[in-house]
Design a protein around this ligand. Structure first.
Ligand SMILES: *[C@@H]1O[C@H](CO)[C@@H](O)[C@H](O)[C@H]1NC(C)=O
Ligand SMILES: *[C@@H]1O[C@H](CO)[C@@H](O)[C@H](O)[C@H]1NC(C)=O
Length: 253
């Protein structure tokens, strides 16, 4: 039984667009008002955007675990709107990469990572976003939003300016029907809407009422925002204890 489901899972894996194999902007979105999402960061490899992320304290970024392969040196661009312009923004190194201990890059579970920055950030246009309470759930059909610098089309280019789109939380039964065993209702949530995430948006937040409730994780390989393969996010509320333990450990050091 276990073997069958693992094999099935393995054969499904190439469909994971936002995951490491094919890095996963926003399709059918609009340009965000500059600096209206001061928690957003661009995670970069060799000065190229690869993932989104967001500030949850003055020195910690939350993102997806698949945004780091275990040995790369990533940098984080903070306070940016247009990635071509360095005015208002800053590039900061990463002091520690803390992938969830149960994350395995061959699987979609626990795809969540904290980055501790090399320095605290005191820019005017940088601010952290609040997280949900431990165990809190968001009701289906709640109106939320996503943002990122990813592709505006599956075959298109990344965008230089931050884009955003409105989305609605899809009920777990439906997500599970559409994604099968890759979707874990305890750890994940999915959304529908006219616009949504695409390649390069991984790691960015799913925001409901000014709270980051999810981390953009994966979607359909062949088409962004496909109604039959809705975008999936790691639900943050089950990870609050893990996050708080790491952040408070640092405070005591
Ligand atoms: C991670 O990516 C770098 C290049 O970006 C490569 O040199 C390295 O071998 C990769 N490491 C692993 C563990 O895949
Ligand atoms: C979830 O969605 C499915 C399919 O659209 C629907 O049949 C079901 O009633 C919904 N469940 C809840 C609890 O809203």
């Amino acid at each position: 039984m276990t073997i069958v489901s693992l094999l099935l899972l393995a054969s499904l894996l190439p469909q994971l667009t936002f995951s490491a194999h094919v890095k996963v902007g926003i399709v059918n979105g609009i340009e965000a008002k500059p600096h209206s999402r001061p928690y957003m960061v661009s995670i970069q490899l060799d000065k190229t955007h690869i993932c989104g992320g967001f500030f949850i304290s003055d020195e910690f970024i939350l993102t997806a675990a698949h945004c780091w392969n275990g040995s790369q040196t990533l940098t984080v661009v903070v306070g940016a709107h247009d990635l071509r312009l360095s005015k208002n923004s800053d590039r900061i190194g990463v002091k520690s990469y803390i992938q969830h201990p149960s994350y395995n890059r061959h699987f979609p579970w626990n795809d969540i990572m904290l980055l501790r920055l090399q320095e605290k950030v005191y820019l005017n246009n940088v601010k952290w976003i609040s997280l949900p309470e431990k165990g809190e759930d968001v009701e289906a059909n709640t109106h939320c939003s996503v943002a990122g610098w990813g592709r505006v089309d599956i075959n298109g280019q990344m965008t230089n300016r931050l884009m955003e789109a409105n989305v609605y939380i899809t009920n777990n039964t439906e997500c599970h029907q559409k994604w099968g065993n890759m979707f874990s209702p305890k750890q994940m949530m999915c959304t529908h809407g006219h616009g949504g995430s695409c390649i390069g948006d991984s790691g960015g937040p799913l925001v409901c009422e000014n709270t980051a409730v999810g981390v953009t994780a994966f979607g359909y390989k062949s088409r962004c925002n496909d109604p039959e393969k809705p975008n999936v996010y790691i639900k943050i509320s089950p990870y609050i204890q893990w996050i708080n333990d790491i952040i408070s450990n640092v405070r005591e050091m």
